[in-house]
Design a binder for this molecule. Structure first.
Ligand code: AMP
Length: 416
């Protein structure tokens, strides 16, 4: 289906042409007519399959046909980076229309706060916001939300989990009861879906492969002691280094992210880190360097796990496993976007065995266990001996490695 078949205005089609969007993706094909019909919607589709345009385009089309001088749509997202990204996509799509928008997120100075205040009180058409910063504004009483027609929760399951749900409930008290509410994510557990249904009004549901990793991701896992993860990581990244591909490493804490980045830089890799200890300008700069290829390896906490769309990430490595299996699906979903291909590798220590099982259970597939490179055997042997000396209770768990071999993808071996 082309976007012309969806009866979009010429101005919007022009924007889509400029962005080289020709055909609608399956989630767009299914979601757009439902959104246009005015129904509430809960939509699940794999990472990187075009959910952003699925919710933005019908809203932008409506705003092009029926311009409004107040806030028409509120989009809530979990991270600053995602707010910025959605605003940029919106600017692209609506380039030939008079639609106005603003991303509202924390960590910026008073001048930015004033700009946000103006957008909220004078009425930018679309506001994309992280909950905390928006609530700071709402508490001051000037937001013109009485004519909002659409509320969108992107990464909806994240927005409704414990960290955000109270903020979302509070924000909803500022919105008209008569509105359309749309929820999008790549994962949606039954518990969260139940909660979502309390906010939605007789929603339609679309579920395209809930919690299934994108088709183009080839996965593997290494089982190994925690102590040798760094050695393996450095080895794996070095294999890809010469190929100019972007690589993303996830770790669950800021402390680990910093340590890993430091060690990688020490070993000569072009690595940077991103986590919430960085100032907003630093976060923006690092991500922009990763986008433009100035940085090849980015080590990140889960602030980068959801929604972030960076072209040409060839490899995602989970240095550790997230306790929440849904986060794993989102982390590896940073590769193989928009029908591209990519690899995802997980480093699994004995303590993470349970997380690994939970992940396999969620994604309903076995992740192939890959053999460790022989040079690691020495290090592992040393660890075993050390543990033996330390006493019988330590060092009992071990992993056997099955014999499928890891071949880095996309490698053209030249004979010359
Ligand atoms: P999203 O899942 O919304 O982050 O989109 C993933 C990637 O696919 C982004 O780089 C989008 O620009 C791209 N994309 C989404 N929909 C289309 C489409 N219909 N045609 C071409 N590219 C698209």
């Amino acid at each position: 289906m082309t976007f012309r078949d969806l009866n979009f205005t010429e101005a919007l089609i022009e924007g889509l042409d400029a962005m080289r969007f020709e055909k609608a993706t399956p989630i767009q094909e299914q979601a757009i007519p439902i959104i246009q019909s005015g129904r509430d919607l809960i939509a699940c589709a794999q990472t990187g399959t075009g959910k952003t345009a699925a919710f933005l385009l019908p809203i932008l089309n409506e705003l092009t046909e029926q311009p409004q001088s107040t806030v028409n749509t509120l989009i809530l997202v979990p991270t600053r980076e995602l707010a910025i990204q959605i605003d940029q996509a919106l600017e692209g799509f609506s380039y030939f229309t008079p639609i106005s928008s603003l991303a509202i997120y924390g960590g910026r100075d008073g001048e930015a706060f004033q700009q946000e205040k103006k957008a909220l009180s004078k009425g930018a058409n679309v506001i994309i916001a992280t909950p905390g910063r928006l609530i700071s504004h709402l508490n001051l009483g000037y937001a013109m939300f009485s004519e909002i027609k659409h509320l969108i929760l992107d990464e909806a399951d994240r927005m409704l989990d414990m960290g955000f749900v109270n903020d979302i409930k509070k924000i909803i008290t500022f919105l008209p009861k008569e509105r359309q509410t749309l929820m999008f994510s790549a994962t949606m557990s039954p518990r969260i879906e139940q909660l979502a249904r309390n906010i939605l009004n007789k929603p339609k549901s679309i579920s395209l492969s809930n919690a299934r990793p994108a088709e183009g991701i080839s996965q593997g896992a290494f089982k190994l002691p925690e102590e040798v993860k760094m050695e393996l990581l450095t080895y794996l990244l070095n294999i890809q280094k010469g190929h100019k591909d972007k690589m993303l490493v996830f770790a669950s804490t800021k402390v680990k992210v910093k340590q890993i980045r430091y060690d990688l830089s020490q070993s000569g890799l072009n690595a940077a880190e991103i986590h919430s200890d960085l100032g907003q300008d630093e976060r923006r700069e690092v991500l922009s360097k990763f986008h433009n290829g100035t940085v090849q390896v980015l080590v990140a906490t889960d602030i980068l796990a959801r929604g972030i769309d960076v072209k040409d990430i060839e490899l995602v490595i989970n240095y550790d496993l997230p306790s929440d299996p849904e986060d794993f699906v989102h982390r590896i979903g940073r590769t193989a976007r928009a029908e591209a291909k990519g690899s995802a590798l997980a480093l699994v220590s004995p303590k993470e065995k349970r997380y690994f099982k939970n992940i396999e259970h969620l994604i309903k597939m076995e992740i192939p266990i890959l053999p460790l490179p022989p040079f690691l055997e020495k290090s592992i042997q040393k660890i075993k001996e050390k543990r033996k000396k330390e006493g019988p209770s330590k060092g009992k768990r071990s992993y056997k490695n099955k014999s499928k071999s890891y071949k880095p993808k996309n490698k053209k071996v030249s004979k010359r």
